[in-house]
Each structure stands twice: as structure tokens, then as C-alpha cells.
Design a protein around this ligand. Structure first.
Ligand SMILES: *Cc1c(COP(=O)(O)O)cnc(C)c1O
Length: 378
């Protein structure tokens, strides 16, 4: 049996006719960059996530970059974030010449640890933003993080790249704090046919500035108020996303259902004593979308051997992420060393992502669990 980590062809098949029809309409209109499809997507995302404003851009990375440009973050400023995330979260900070200061993660959720954040804020001057990441599709502890941020008068920017549709008691991921962003990279729960992203924010003036910077700070044509960039979203990507968005909640429910099946099957096999299964910190709140399982992450002993064994058994897996950001070569000038963020380092050594997507069959899931059980000899 083959169990891929993700198979997007299964999602595409039932939507093919509608998606191709919408792409054809964009082709016929020859309005290829921004335009009505992008405006429609921006309105829909505002409604869906409960955001004040949404600005469609070229990727999740560019969303963070243009947002931080609009906030005027640059040399002399400090941005605090987690070392256990996709590179872009910290990369954008470095690109603007601001200094990255990391705070360790909570080992249960892999998200920014509020106690570690408190400690960093106490000893770090010039903090201009705090960036929690809603990793794997589960929100960070936003109540404590936003409380700390307001104590220091610092805005919270949510990296919701993996979490569109996830809920927290304080609101939808990406619409809880001052501003945030989503990625529509194909492997995210709402994926385009290439790169695409979206910035969200509360403040109308900030939204206007982001809109301007998205297009070289140009208004009217060839008159530039500020130095922006080309962060524009293509109409074809927006058209695809407009077809897919109405299905996002049912895909999230499907992923949650697969997570529940894994949980039961791993427990039945006694594997919940061998591996650490994902936590659902907001499930008690009664929210339907408390975790959208962009990834199903377990802590597994002898992780690398398990991965090899799964691969030989036809099962896809991935390591998110094998080297924490404070130990990346490009961040050596920051002066961090091994041991500085022990929880991030431990997560990088111990965790593995198992296949999860709405179309995964129960036979495939039973096969995954059986192979894991075989590997551990339980
Ligand atoms: C995917 C991702 C990004 C970047 O989004 P792109 O659309 O690939 O540029 C940023 N942060 C996190 C946590 C991500 O997973």
C-alpha cells in the first residue's frame, strides 16, 4: 500500500470543472493581476476569518514582509518570535534589517511559550513586534501573549500561514491580534495553484498603506509615495482560491476526523505510551475548528529510523523542522548556540509529520498505525 504525506490530486478532481471554468473566465477577461477575483477573495477572507481588512499578495512571505514594511520595522528594531517555525517568519525580519530575538516554545504545543516570551520582553529593549506562529494549524496561547504585548505596548503579528480556519477562544487565527497573514502555498489547507498570500489587519490606515506598498507605493500610476515592492496577487490564483474557500471548513473537519482516527488507533495499539500525540489546547472551548491539522505531528523515539522504515513501507512523512532557526548558518551572526532553546532543539530532533489530508482512507490510516506498531514491536 502507498500512503503519500499529501495527495492534492484527490482534492482537485471533484473541483476540476469549476476551477477550469473560473480560470477560463480570467483568461477571457485578460485582467490577470489584482482585479475583481482578488477583491472577491479579500472580502471572503475578511468574512471567513473575522478580519477587519484583508490584502491579497504574492505569497505568505511577502505578506509578512509588506506588513512589516508598512509598520516601519527596520534597523534598530527588535522582533521577538519562535525559533521553531518555517524560515520565512524570521527571514523577513532579517531582510528588513531588524534584529531577531527568539523565545523558546511550549513543548506540548510547539508554539511560542508565554513564559519564555515574558522573560525575553523583560530584558530586551526596542521590541517593535511579537510574532507568534500558529504552528501546524493550532493557535498559540493568544490570551497570555496579547496580555504581555499590551503590557509592553508592542503589537502582535500572527503568522497564521498554516492556520487559516483555525479558531481560538479570542477569534479566528490571523484575526485575533493587530495584524497577521496567511499563505496559500499549495500544501497549506487552502492552497492556490502556485504562490499566493494574504495580509490581515484591524486598522484601516494600515490596510491602506499595505495596499499601496503592495504595488510600489504607486498612486496614481507612476507617482510613488513610498518605496514598496511588487507584492501583487495574480487573478488566476485568486480565482482558484475563490472556488476552494467554501470547502475549507469541511476539509478542516475531515482532517480533524482523521486525527481522531489516528488517536484512537494509536491508543488501541498501546502506541500512545511510546509516542506523544498532538495536543488540542482549545478543544474544551467548544469551538469546532480548534485545530485544523495542517500537519499531524508526533514525538517519536528513534525518529530518523522510524522515518526510514515508513519510507520503505510506502508511507510518506516529513520533518518540520530539522534545524531550529537559531542554529541556521545564515543566522550565525545573531550569536546563538546549541542549548539556547532546548525545547525547540528537542522538537527538531524528536518530531515527525504523518500523512493527514481529508481524502486519506481508513485503510491507509490503519496501515500507517500497523507499520508504526511493527517498528516499535508493540
Ligand atoms: C508557509 C509558511 C510561510 C510562508 O508562506 P509562503 O506562501 O510559502 O511564502 C510562513 N510561515 C509559516 C509558518 C509557513 O508555514
Amino acid at each position: 500500500m502507498q500512503v503519500p504525506l499529501l495527495d492534492l490530486r484527490l482534492q482537485y478532481a471533484p473541483l476540476k470543472t469549476e476551477i477550469l471554468k473560473q480560470i477560463e473566465q480570467v483568461a477571457d477577461s485578460q485582467t490577470l493581476v489584482l482585479g475583481p477575483q482578488v477583491e472577491k477573495l479579500e472580502r471572503s477572507i475578511c468574512d471567513y476569518a473575522g478580519a477587519g481588512h484583508a490584502i491579497g499578495v504574492s505569497s505568505g512571505t511577502d505578506a509578512q514582509l509588506v506588513l512589516m514594511m508598512a509598520l516601519g520595522i527596520g534597523p534598530g528594531d527588535v522582533v521577538v518570535t519562535t525559533p521553531y517555525t518555517f524560515f520565512a517568519t524570521a527571514g523577513c525580519v532579517a531582510r528588513l534589517g531588524a534584529r531577531i530575538v527568539f523565545a523558546d516554545i511550549d513543548p506540548a504545543t510547539y508554539n511560542l511559550c508565554p513564559d519564555a516570551l515574558a522573560e525575553v520582553l523583560r530584558r530586551t529593549p526596542n521590541v517593535k513586534a511579537i510574532i507568534p506562529v500558529h504552528l501546524y494549524g493550532c493557535c498559540a496561547d493568544m490570551a497570555r501573549i496579547t496580555a504581555l504585548a499590551s503590557q509592553y505596548g508592542v503589537p502582535v503579528l500572527e503568522d497564521a500561514a498554516q492556520a487559516l480556519g483555525a479558531s481560538h477562544p479570542m477569534g479566528g487565527a490571523g484575526a485575533i491580534a493587530e495584524a497577521g497573514w496567511y499563505s496559500f502555498y499549495p500544501t497549506k489547507n487552502l492552497g492556490a495553484f502556485g504562490d499566493a498570500g494574504m495580509v490581515t489587519c484591524r486598522d484601516a490606515k494600515l490596510a491602506e498603506k499595505i495596499r499601496s506598498l503592495r504595488n510600489h507605493g504607486m498612486e496614481p500610476r507612476y507617482y510613488h509615495h513610498a518605496v514598496g515592492g511588487n507584492f501583487r496577487l495574480d487573478a488566476i490564483q485568486a480565482a482558484v482560491l475563490n472556488v476552494k474557500l467554501p470547502h475549507l471548513d469541511s476539509w478542516g473537519a475531515g482532517r480533524r476526523e482523521k486525527a481522531a482516527v489516528y488517536r484512537r488507533a494509536f491508543a488501541q495499539a498501546g502506541l500512545d505510551r511510546v509516542m506523544t500525540l498532538p495536543q488540542e489546547p482549545w478543544s474544551d472551548s467548544g469551538l469546532a475548528n480548534h485545530h485544523i491539522y495542517n500537519q499531524f505531528i508526533v514525538r517519536a523515539p528513534r525518529r530518523d529510523d522510524l522515518r526510514t522504515f515508513l519510507k520503505e513501507s510506502g508511507i510518506g512523512s516529513e520533518i518540520y523542522y530539522p534545524l531550529p532557526l537559531h542554529l541556521q548558518e545564515c543566522f550565525r551572526p545573531l550569536g546563538y548556540k546549541n542549548g539556547d532553546f532546548p525545547e525547540a532543539e528537542r522538537a527538531a530532533l524528536e518530531t515527525i509529520a504523518l500523512p493527514i489530508f481529508p481524502e486519506l482512507t481508513s485503510e491507509q490510516q490503519q496501515y500507517v498505525v500497523a507499520k508504526v506498531a511493527e517498528f516499535y514491536g508493540v
